[in-house]
Write a protein that binds this ligand. Structure first.
Ligand code: PGA
Length: 241
């Protein structure tokens, strides 16, 4: 794991954006794995700027998002469809049909997300994946547990994640309790992974990565220690410095 310690959120975001800009330039048909949450917002801003100022071309780029809430329509302001549109897609020339999210299957909830992993494979696999980390060490919505799912599917959020995400909603009761999440296998199949973390509330999860000696399903992000090409970009607060 390559570790970059940035001064602050802005520097973390800039360094992450540089990696993405470079990768898109080298491979205009790149398949990106994208994340939501506060963490990647600054990186998306830099990428939108790279499009506006330097013509960074997204017309051949495909994207697969890590997760989506159950029970929120794509137009809902807290849905991840809406988030991606607001923060990136509407600001660059990505083709809407090239952007993908795992979908909830109302008739057969247990089959939700079933075709997602195949769709990723058919697109040639994810070349570059960005990940945020939950305070509890989750990645996507793979919450700490005795067992973690390999494939994409329906998941139930933990209380701590519901509490953390309630800052985006009027009331904690409004936070969906379930989501469709990329599985751990889906994430770890990406050719290259960039993990971002900013702020002291990510310190415990980041410490497990900086220690680097053990993996545990109780801190799902530690499974990325087994991946051959991970860059961890954290600011000083998240690094516990
Ligand atoms: P955050 O969430 O970027 O909003 O801190 C990260 C996550 O829960 O994966």
């Amino acid at each position: 794991m390559k570790i970059i310690i940035a001064k602050n959120y802005e520097e973390m975001s800039q360094k992450a954006a540089e990696i993405f800009e470079d990768a898109i330039q080298k491979n205009p048909k790149i398949v990106l794995g994208l994340a939501t949450g506060s963490t990647p917002v600054g990186m998306y801003e830099h990428l939108a700027e790279a499009h506006a100022k330097r013509g960074l071309d997204f017309s051949g780029v495909q994207s697969f998002n890590l997760d989506e809430y159950v029970s929120l329509a794509p137009e809902h302001p807290q849905s991840y469809h809406y988030f991606m549109n607001e923060n990136l897609f509407s600001k660059v020339n990505i083709q809407k049909e090239n952007t993908h999210f795992p979908a909830y299957n109302e008739e057969k909830p247990e089959e939700s997300g079933a075709r997602y992993d195949e769709a990723i494979e058919e697109a040639g696999g994810i070349d570059l994946q960005v990940l945020g980390i939950g305070q509890n060490g989750h990645i996507a919505f793979n919450e700490p547990a005795e067992q973690l799912s390999v494939a994409t599917g329906l998941v139930t959020l933990t209380q701590s994640t519901i509490a953390a995400n309630s800052r985006f909603f009027d009331r904690v009761e409004d936070v969906p309790k379930q989501a469709i999440s990329s599985g751990m296998g889906t994430i770890l199949k990406a050719r290259k992974i960039v993990i971002l973390a900013s702020g002291a509330d990510k310190k415990d999860a980041v410490a497990k990565l900086l220690d680097g000696t053990k993996v545990t399903t109780q801190w799902p992000v530690t499974l990325t220690l087994l991946h051959p090409d991970v860059t961890l970009i954290v600011d000083e607060a998240a690094a516990g410095k």
